[in-house]
Design a protein around this ligand. Structure first.
Ligand code: AHR
Length: 496
């Protein structure tokens, strides 16, 4: 048998930072407005304007960190337009995303309230592309300063006495593209300048995140690490799995077997990207002080027919669930350098965990993977050896399975397993070393579906959801697991 997972239960390869299970919400399409914010007067039940159904579903994911307000929107966003009485906030055009009117009703106070309700860390992206140093500096002062100052006073007038604790702050977004079309040398200098005025007030300590490369722009990484590495805590990476090409991305549903396969070729390219970017970082930062943060990732398809192309609304299928599973495993394996990741985006945009339609809401297959994988949050990554059959199509080959094992604070072992094969199941032999003689109670859950594009719809919101998994048996001290085709499985092993 070629699919084998050998787990050294007493050897750890580091901690899986729970922040790799982070999310991203941009002022784009129906992510913020309708997806999260409906306003206090809405007939849709809400908590201070945040819709209650979405809030409750998100709480169950135990989201560790949420990035906002963009994305490309961040480098056009002027935060002062989004504070104070809502009825008098400025209206602006969202030029990047559909040219719609942005009424600024969801601003700094609303975002930080959402994070408080979710119990997650806020991660704010500041504006370098069209904003000033003063504007960025004053935003941090507004949010985090407790003393006497114009910004702290203004915050109090706007109803918030105490400052907010804020850790994660991004100095620009995609400044190589929508954030100003800069060269890395120019952005490196701007980064050094802007970050100087991102101050630590009182006890608050800001973790500064520089705009990193697009995909395989290794020169950007090289220049940023060389010129500005010592001024940052982390650098970002953006990469989207786009089957086909950017001009012909393919549909989220109704796709072919070849498109299925191509999606995983694209998704697993993340491994090469992280390896190569990390190698550059290692040269400038061998102690690994600077983290790599993949603060935008996920699938990107052609928008749903009849929807605004600028809203990036796409359905989500069992294919997306598997993309989430294999990508999260890649992040696990690089937990020495990758300390945060933010799937794009939270609701109604790209690879969302939730879709809404008016007052209706559904959980996508990707949601279920994030819920099933919660067990890995801040757990010890166990030193494992994976061998996999290959999965082949039209002369191309991928590993058929992707697997990862961790141990939580209570000593429970969790093994997550993905079978990418669109047609066939997979037999896996799991060998546990380090606790010989002990026996385990095993409990499993599986997410699978009959069709390649199986999905949840507003008519059938529970077509794809996890179920109990019992296709395993002990054989000579090893666990034989039979994975379904197109499946994500999580096993919990408790030593008796
Ligand atoms: O997530 C959608 C967009 O993709 C973001 O706004 C931008 O940063 C990236 O290009």
């Amino acid at each position: 048998m070629a699919n084998r997972l050998l787990i050294n239960t007493d050897v750890t390869n580091g901690i899986i930072d729970k922040n790799i299970y982070g999310h991203f919400a941009e002022h784009l399409g129906r992510c913020i407005y309708e997806g999260l914010w409906v306003g206090e007067e809405s007939p849709i039940p809400n908590v201070n304007g945040i819709r209650s159904d979405v809030l409750e579903a998100l709480k169950k994911l135990q989201i560790p960190v949420l990035r906002w307000p963009g994305g490309c929107f961040a480098d056009e966003y002027h935060w002062k337009d989004g504070v104070g009485p809502r009825e008098s906030r400025k209206r602006m055009v969202n030029t990047h995303w559909g040219g719609v009117v942005e009424n600024n009703h969801f601003g700094t106070h609303e975002f930080l309230m959402l994070c408080e309700l979710l119990g997650c860390e806020p991660y704010i992206s500041g504006n370098v592309g069209s904003g000033t140093v003063q504007e960025m500096s004053e935003w941090v002062e507004y949010m985090t300063f407790d003393g006497v100052s114009p910004m702290a006073e203004w915050r109090r007038q706007n109803g918030r006495e105490e400052s907010w604790p804020l850790k994660y702050f991004g100095v620009g977004n995609e400044n190589w593209g929508c954030g100003g079309n800069m060269r890395p040398e120019y952005y490196a200098d701007l980064y050094r300048q802007y970050q100087t005025y991102v101050r630590n007030y009182g006890e608050n300590r800001i973790y500064k995140i520089a705009c990193g490369p697009n995909t395989d722009d290794y020169r950007w990484m090289e220049v940023l690490m060389r010129e500005a590495g010592r001024f940052m805590d982390a650098i970002s990476l953006h990469y989207y799995a786009v089957p086909g090409t950017w001009t012909n991305k393919g549909a989220a549903t109704g796709f072919t077997e070849e498109e299925w396969f191509d999606t995983f070729v694209k998704a697993t390219y993340m491994e090469e990207l992280i390896t190569k970017h990390s190698a550059i970082m290692d040269r400038y930062d061998p102690e690994k002080r600077v983290a790599l943060i993949v603060d935008e990732w996920g699938t990107w398809y052609t928008v749903e027919p009849g929807t605004n192309p600028g809203f990036l609304y796409q359905q989500n299928t069992i294919r997306d669930a598997l993309v989430a599973g294999v990508t999260l495993h890649i992040f696990h394996n690089h937990c020495d350098r990758v300390k945060m990741a933010n799937i794009a985006q939270l609701v109604n945009v790209l690879q969302s965990v939730i879709l809404t339609e008016g007052e209706k809401m559904l959980l996508t297959p990707t949601y279920h993977v994030f819920e099933m994988f919660k067990v890995h949050h801040d757990a010890e990554l166990l030193c494992s050896h994976v061998s996999s059959d290959s999965y082949e199509m039209n002369g191309r080959s991928l590993p058929k399975t992707s697997m990862s094992a961790s141990k939580d604070a209570q000593g429970r072992i969790h093994v997550s397993l993905c079978n990418l094969d669109h047609r066939d199941g997979a037999e896996v032999l799991v060998d546990l070393r380090g606790t010989e003689g002990g026996s385990y109670q095993v409990h499993g859950r599986e997410l699978t579906a009959d069709a390649l594009d199986a999905r949840n719809t507003f008519e059938q919101p529970e077509a794809v959801k996890p179920s109990e998994f019992q296709s395993f048996a002990w054989e000579n001290g090893r666990l034989r697991v039979t994975l379904s085709p197109r499946s994500v499985t999580v096993l919990e092993l408790v030593c008796e």
